[in-house]
Design a protein. Structure first.
Length: 208
């Protein structure tokens, strides 16, 4: 569905040339400065595999997440239909207060859209999710972030801001978060994110 391509665009601001499906877990770190506050954060990103055989491995990493990206392909109806399964699995294995963003990918192919913006937005609202659309083909800085569609950096920034706001509301220190199930101490301003994708038959091949 383009999940790994989005992460690659965020990290390197380039198109992912090798689009093979993620095997197990891929881990990345990326600094991100909130332009509104000047705060500098280090995002720890776990790119998890969509294949069924990796389920026991990927669900273990959900427990460490402060936030998660639930990704589907706007040109693929099946990827949208599998969101219920992914969301249920995510919520069964994370803190109840984890912030989840639903992200529609491949918005550059809007002429082939199979899932309408209205339908996706309604799904996000009904399930208490943030909603954004983006494309891994766009420069990551594209857009202002005020509209639904924007470059992938704006997607991560909006999720980051929601996580920080949530932690403050819970009386936690957003500069140093204590995560259940994660044994290593984390440095100041580190935020752990999980990135998952709606899985369907089409994901057995390459969909990134």
């Amino acid at each position: 569905v383009g999940k790994s391509a989005l992460v690659y665009r965020f990290i390197h601001n380039k198109v992912l040339a090798d689009s093979r499906a993620t095997v197990g877990i891929a881990f990345f770190k990326q600094n991100l400065v909130d332009s509104e506050t000047g705060e500098d954060y280090t995002l720890q990103i776990w790119d998890t595999a969509g294949q069924e055989k990796f389920q026991s491995v990927t669900t273990h990493h959900y427990r460490a997440a402060d936030g998660a990206l639930l990704v589907f392909d706007i040109t693929n109806e099946q990827s949208f239909r599998h969101l219920d399964r992914w969301l249920s699995e995510l919520r069964e294995n994370t803190d109840p207060n984890v912030v989840v963003a639903l992200v529609g990918t491949k918005v550059d192919l809007s002429g082939k859209r199979a899932v309408s913006l209205e339908r996706a937005t309604a799904y996000a609202k009904d399930n208490g999710l943030l909603y954004m659309e983006t494309s891994s083909l766009w420069d990551k800085h594209q857009g202002t972030g005020k509209d639904t569609s924007a470059g992938v950096e704006r997607v991560f920034l909006r999720l980051l801001r929601a996580i920080v706001s949530s932690q403050k509301d819970l009386g936690r220190n957003p500069a140093r978060l204590d995560i259940s199930g994660y044994s290593e101490a984390r440095g100041k301003g580190q935020v752990t994110l999980g990135a998952d994708a709606g899985r369907g038959e089409s994901q057995r091949g390459c969909e990134c």
